[in-house]
Write a protein that binds this ligand. Structure first.
Ligand SMILES: Nc1ncnc2c1ncn2[C@@H]1O[C@H](COP(=O)(O)OP(=O)(O)O)[C@@H](O)[C@H]1O
Ligand SMILES: Cc1ncsc1CCOP(=O)(O)O
Ligand SMILES: [Mg+2]
Length: 276
């Protein structure tokens, strides 16, 4: 990174990218899980993007090339959907992979490894998912099994995330209390967000969809797109939490906050920093 990326620089970039999403309304093709479809589509709409949940294989060759970016999420994977995911990932659009519960089964692990080979621009997972994926892609990495929720802190997965980025060429984003984003060389940390976000199902899936929208407007810098989307989503969670009584109302207030974010709030409250 040749320019000095201060906190103020990141705040301005986050605002520029959110503004670009609002101005351009990128069409985001999501093949995402059944749990997340509603919240991911609503998060994309609130941010200014245009979501389309399309998973029929026969539609992919016609539809995906018309989209600005693709989000592939294996949360409710089926044998029918995997060919659609592979076709959408191969359509030449920038795309993001969410390896939900990748260690749940050998079928899911093999599916994720085959998708990784199709070169996603970004992989966003929680720490347990990134550790599990790295354990099968990177020599020397180890993992313990868990489902869709993380049983690790994001920092636990940082070294494996760097190795995974180096071996795949993808930017790896590990979410958690601090979100880490790495291209295998540089690491940035994003400290926006509130712990209650883990108590709403599919917040991870929603932020992966948001990363896809940011990638659509910043395809040449996946690391900046991912870090800014994570910060914007976390900031919406912080503002939403000011009015929320629990997970259900946080879900509503987070989406409202995402819709209402303004320049002053974004530039003063985004917390992204280069990690040593
Ligand atoms: N302890 C935490 N503090 C603040 N934000 C968090 C925390 N845990 C998760 N988040 C945020 O919640 C969102 C979903 O992340 P996470 O729960 O790790 O994903 P997943 O739902 O895939 O397990 C991200 O935006 C992340 O930054
Ligand atoms: C609970 C669950 N089961 C299959 S997909 C899914 C949602 C996972 O969402 P997230 O990865 O954002 O926690
Ligand atoms: Mg997840």
């Amino acid at each position: 990174m040749d320019e000095e990326r201060t906190a103020a620089w990141w705040g301005r970039r986050a605002w520029e990218l959110l503004s670009a999403v609002r101005a351009r309304a990128p069409l985001v093709h999501c093949i995402t899980n059944l749990v997340s479809m509603d919240v991911a589509a609503n998060a994309l709409l609130a941010a200014g993007a245009s979501p389309a949940m399309v998973h029929c294989l026969r539609e992919v060759p016609e539809f995906t090339p018309r989209c600005d970016a693709v989000c592939v999420n294996v949360g409710t994977l089926s044998e029918d959907w995997l060919p659609s995911m592979r076709a959408a990932a191969s359509a030449g659009r920038p795309w993001v992979l969410d390896p939900v519960a990748v260690a749940a089964s050998e079928f899911r692990m093999e599916a994720c490894l085959s998708l990784l080979a199709l070169r996603p621009a970004v992989v966003r997972g929680n720490a347990s998912e990134i550790l599990a994926l790295a354990s099968r892609s990177v020599a020397g990495a180890t993992s313990t099994f868990k489902g869709a929720d993380s049983s690790h802190d994001s920092g636990d997965a940082l070294q494996d995330a760097k190795a995974l980025a180096q071996s795949t060429g993808a930017v790896i984003a590990v979410s958690g209390a601090i979100d880490y984003v790495t291209d295998g060389e540089w690491v940035v940390g994003v400290s926006n967000g509130v712990a209650m976000m883990q108590k709403i199902t599919a917040t991870g899936c929603a932020v992966t969809a948001l990363i896809t929208a940011f990638l659509a407007v910043e395809p040449s810098d996946a690391m900046v797109a991912a870090a800014c989307a994570l910060a914007i989503f976390g900031l919406a969670g912080e503002i939403g939490m000011e009015s929320a009584k629990g997970p259900a109302s946080l879900r509503m207030h987070l989406i409202d906050a995402l819709y209402c974010l303004d320049e002053e709030t974004v530039t003063s409250r985004v917390k992204i920093s280069l990690q040593p």
